[in-house]
Design a protein around this ligand. Structure first.
Ligand code: NAD
Length: 471
């Protein structure tokens, strides 16, 4: 029986390994992590992450061929294939505009693999890492371990949070990069055999190590670039009377462009886009390519601009001040169908409004009060506005309440900011909502989910990204 061990039971390690276990009943899969509470949650009825369909997959194979454990060394030692899916956050310091990925967790995992291994292993980079990381990992793995062969592969993950299980069941492609040596090719084949249980072989792409590593950064950079491109266009739409949804539809029907990822919004979030672009910028700078670095840097700058623009629009619409006014924040996660708040634009928007002394009432169906409080207290702010640069003091948190119902958040509010495209925000009883608010009642739709005309008929003043402004 082939044994797989995955180091890191997070948003990637947990779902990917659950799907491998489900699709390959003859393979034993153990997901290990140093965070005991996370492993306990994976072994309970309350999984540590919210992802549609995940509960079902885990229930079907946990205890049969899928296991979650904190006994990291034991399971790594026993495995034939070790996936490494640890976090690779952004370093806080950097010499230029780019910021390197912090590979501390990766290095410590690699050292541990080298220490505990007694048999040959395939080591798979599942985490997103800078191009050329495999070279460093190989050196760490082979150091002091004479006689044991480690073959390293790059197998970046392309799932999107919120649709992780659907993406894993039916991936656009699986990418496997390896050395062009006989051992490298043999290892590629072994991993290919795992995915071939359910992924059509023409969707399993095999490349050299560096192409696979760089492809992941490139994919995220291109996706984020599309969002920044359409968001930049949304500002122009507002200035000219064009409607960004009509523009998106018009350009998206061109088969060379395609319709996906063309929705204007308050900005992208999530743990990956900004991190991976900063990493790409850093790599360009290290390789003496400042013009290329500048090109990708703009994607992040436009994203920051978009969040800033949204806050300014809220404040200027509400008669140039939100001081003391209650504003309902609907949604806090960075997108729907996840509870993940990493780099969510909601943090920056909330901080901007708090900087102008608004009172916020926040509701998200999947994000806890603890998480929201932590995010608002800790996230450093980056904009050029001096008020935003001040970290929040504990007392200013009294400006924030977190509630468990959208109508409760909205009651007596002067304005509503929609930060996440949860379906329930489309279907609120907006007549009832209007009746319960201060007048004039404002809606600022950061995800373009509401029917603008319908809300205007009810009496709302509505701002929707990239749409003609309220007459
Ligand atoms: P995460 O923070 O949710 O999970 C990482 C886990 O690794 C944590 O639970 C941590 O405790 C564990 N860990 C760290 N060091 C360890 C060690 N030495 N031994 C055992 N466990 C250890 O991160 P994530 O969102 O799952 O992302 C993991 C990687 O995948 C990152 O490189 C990320 O960029 C990449 N990625 C993420 C996504 C996504 O949507 N989240 C998508 C594709 C790729």
């Amino acid at each position: 029986m082939v044994k797989i061990c995955c180091i890191g039971a997070g948003y990637v390690g947990g779902p990917t390994m659950a799907v491998i276990a489900l699709k390959c009943p003859e393979i034993e899969v153990v997901v290990v992590d140093i965070a005991a509470p996370r492993i306990n949650a994976w072994n309970s009825d309350h999984l540590p992450i919210y992802e549609p369909g995940l509960d079902d997959v885990v229930k079907q194979c946990r205890g049969k061929n899928l296991f979650f454990s904190i006994d990291v060394e034991k399971h790594v030692a026993e495995a034939d294939i070790v996936f490494v899916s640890v976090n690779t956050p952004t370093k806080t310091q950097g010499l230029g505009a780019g910021k390197a990925a912090d590979l501390t967790y990766w290095e410590s995992a690699a050292r541990m693999i080298a220490d505990v291994s007694k048999t040959d292993k395939i080591v798979v980079e599942k985490s997103t890492v800078p191009v050329k990381t495999a070279e460093a990992i190989e050196r760490i793995l082979t150091h002091n371990r004479k006689g044991i062969n480690f073959t390293i592969l790059s197998n970046p993950e392309f799932l999107a949070e919120g649709t992780a299980i659907a993406d894993l069941f039916k991936p656009d492609r699986v990418l496997i990069g390896g050395r062009e040596t006989p051992e490298g090719q043999k290892a590629i084949q072994a991993l290919k055999n795992v995915y071939a249980h359910w992924v059509p072989v023409d969707r399993i792409l095999c490349t050299n190590l560096w192409s696979a590593e760089l492809s992941k950064l490139a994919a995220n950079a291109f996706l984020a670039q599309r969002i920044s491109s359409v968001n930049a266009m949304s500002a122009l739409c507002e200035a000219t009377g064009a409607d960004v949804s009509q523009v998106s539809h018009s350009i998206g029907t061109d088969s060379r462009i395609g319709p996906k990822f063309l929705n204007a919004s308050v900005g992208f979030g999530g743990s990956c886009f900004q991190k991976d672009i900063l990493n790409l910028v850093y790599i360009c700078e290290c390789n003496g390519l400042p013009e290329v670095a500048n090109y990708w840097k703009q994607v992040i700058k436009v994203n920051d601009y978009q969040k800033n623009r949204f806050v300014n629009r809220v404040v200027s619409s509400m008669f140039n001040t939100v001081s003391g006014k209650k504003i309902a924040i609907l949604g806090f996660a960075f997108k729907k169908d996840t509870g993940d708040t990493r780099e969510t634009p909601a943090i920056d928007v909330c901080k901007g409004l708090l900087g102008d002394k608004a009172k916020l009432s926040i509701y998200d169906p999947q994000v806890s009060e603890d998480q929201i409080t932590r995010d608002l207290a800790m996230k450093k702010f980056d904009w050029d506005h001096p008020a935003h640069l001040q970290p929040l003091s504990p007392t200013s948190n009294k400006q924030v309440s977190v509630v468990w119902d959208a109508y409760e958040a909205i009651k007596d509010a002067h304005g509503i900011c929609i930060m996440t495209e949860w379906d329930e925000f489309k279907n609120l009883d907006y007549k009832k909502v209007h009746d319960s608010m201060q007048k004039p009642a404002f809606v600022f739709d950061g995800r373009n989910v509401v029917d603008v005309n319908k809300l205007r008929e009810i009496g709302f003043i509505v701002y929707s990204i990239g749409k003609p402004l309220d007459p």
